[in-house]
Design a protein around this ligand. Sequence first.
Ligand SMILES: C[S@@+](CC[C@H](N)C(=O)[O-])C[C@H]1O[C@@H](n2cnc3c(N)ncnc32)[C@H](O)[C@@H]1O
Length: 267
Amino acid sequence: MTGTGPTTQRIDTTRPHPARVYDWFLGGKDNYPVDEELGRRITAIDEGAVRAARANRAFMQRTTRMLAEDGIRQFLDIGTGIPTEPNLHQIAQSVAPDARVVYVDNDPIVLAHAGALLRGTAEGVTEYAQADARDPHAILEQAAAVLDLDRPVALSLIALLHFVADEDGAHHVVSTLVDALAPGSCLVLSMMTADFEPENVRRGIAAYAAGGVTLVARSRDDVAAFFGGLELLAPGVVPVSGWRAEQAPDGDGPVSLYGAVGRKPVG
Ligand SMILES: C[S@@+](CC[C@H](N)C(=O)[O-])C[C@H]1O[C@@H](n2cnc3c(N)ncnc32)[C@H](O)[C@@H]1O
């Protein structure tokens, strides 16, 4: 399962790509000079950017572990990114070796490294689909080949939706996906906000725009609006670094990414 036409999509090293800039923030090696250049420009504006990326990755780990410990055995992760250990399937399958995981991203570099996402347990399943989040029906079709959509699924769009503007259908994407999932399924979101450092975030958005990447910031209320019809789990919409964290994030200053988890009501 790799989606349509991935092998014909070339890795464009002439302009920055979100997956590769994020990889640079996390200290990875799967990025190019254009990505590093944008990463350095962002860290010059906001020295907390690297810390925010790490805090976001830790949020993914905590939420995945919590949902697996709560009994969820199926995971659909959209906007997966370049593999960075531990990956989501490693967390889920460390709790439940039979967990089934479907990863989705639209960047050809993620596909090129997908091999590392597919090395799971013998009892479980990991699959990768090359697809665009803005086409949720295509994603559901591919996911249904691996996941039983009549049983609960943890749907994660972590640090993804700030690349999808409301005008590009961000709410339609989330509601289409959530509508297709069984009661007891959970939605995990994180996305950028300008609530804490509006000027830095505004300059960061401009730097991404200069590199040809659309980035949008959302307020706490904007983020909460994605959870309509779901039960928001405590502590609600908070910076990712504060979502059920046992230890404070390294360094000082705010983390400009909100995170939250909601559950589809049962009965
Ligand atoms: C900042 S990374 C986040 C990676 C991972 N979810 C995490 O939080 O650690 C964002 C990812 O979303 C992917 N992405 C951006 N727009 C997308 C779209 N329209 N469809 C699918 N993936 C997309 C990028 O390629 C990138 O891998």
